[in-house]
Design a protein around this ligand. Structure first.
Ligand code: DON
Length: 302
């Protein structure tokens, strides 16, 4: 495995330069695009790393999985009264569908859906931002894990599109809390900084029947774990979920910071990071790494 990770990273490095670092969040546009790392954690607890696996980066939409898990933990199936679990076939920040579907987002991983999930968590926690940070610290085992305040503020300053979606949902009666406060929390979740190793550890429960590998804490039931993996497989990469299923064949979740988490149920949790994105906002080199790895090991779940 170790030799394979090194070999694949060397093979894909020439692709750096073909994508573009996220521009619409100014603080992310400053990230060095040449960084590339991967971490793979087996359910037996063996960790394999290559490249910049220990460098923290902005987890962005990968945080949407953690928010969803928090919401499922306290509301279970009831959350689906507020949003769906169908692929959207649209960009992650598209608004068109939201208008003609009366403010009910298609799934929890497009921005509109993540905002509703954040609103659900706001109704439960007195300090939603801290509760999320502590949840991610617990899952990753990294007690130093922090939010990058500069990124969070940069996102808040450029919030027009997310704010428009949240207010649109409010107009349809699908928002319970103060929109600006929920936006603040949402950006703080997206701006959490974690490394590939942190995230491989943080997502071990999805590869391990709902139980966190290092703390042995049950995070979700087996059934809920299968359901979250199913939503990742069908919506985790937005309008590119079909391409990801075709090329990689695993449940996955991307973020505009350039991270992609992938789950090999019963075997591995992985995270790859390369900041340059393709047209759908997913890591261009990260996709290539996961494709090669999945193909070489025969990991596709399909
Ligand atoms: O709200 C946003 O647009 C970002 N904070 C998160 C978007 C994102 O990561 C989409 N991922 N590919």
């Amino acid at each position: 495995m170790q030799a394979l990770l090194d070999e694949i990273l060397d093979a894909v490095r020439p692709l750096i330069g073909q994508g573009q670092v996220a521009q619409y969040i100014p603080a992310l546009a400053e990230v060095n695009p040449c960084q590339l790392g991967i971490a793979a954690l087996s359910v037996e607890g063996e960790l394999f790393t290559a490249g910049d696996a220990y460098t923290p980066f902005s987890i962005q939409s990968i945080s949407k999985v953690f928010s969803l898990v928090q919401a499922i933990q306290h509301q279970g199936e009831a959350i689906w009264q507020r949003l769906g679990h169908e692929p959207s076939g649209q960009a992650f920040n598209s608004m068109a569908q939201l208008e003609y579907e009366q403010g009910r987002p298609r799934n929890p991983f497009i921005n509109a859906g993540a905002l509703v999930v954040c609103d659900i968590n706001h109704s439960r926690y007195a300090a939603p931002t801290l509760s999320m940070r502590d949840f991610v610290r617990r899952l990753t085992g990294n007690t130093q894990l922090m939010c990058d305040e500069k990124v969070a503020e940069s996102e808040y300053q450029h919030r027009a599109r997310n704010a428009a979606m949240a207010y649109l949902m409010q107009s349809f009666g699908n928002f319970e809390n103060d929109v600006e406060s929920v936006l603040r929390s949402y950006f703080h979740h997206c701006a959490l900084a974690a490394s590939c190793v942190d995230l491989a550890r943080g997502f071990s429960f999805l590869a391990h029947q709902g139980v966190c590998l290092h703390s042995h804490e049950r995070i979700l039931s087996l059934r809920q774990t299968q359901q979250v993996n199913a939503i990742m497989a069908t919506s985790g990469l937005y309008d590119e979920a079909g391409n990801f299923a075709y090329r990689v064949g695993l449940p996955g979740k991307s973020g505009v910071g350039g991270g992609i988490v992938a789950i090999v149920p019963g075997r591995f949790s992985l995270c790859v990071w390369s900041p340059e994105l393709n047209h759908s906002g997913n890591s261009l080199v990260g996709m290539a790494v996961l494709e090669q790895l999945s193909e070489r090991i025969g990991w596709s779940v399909f």
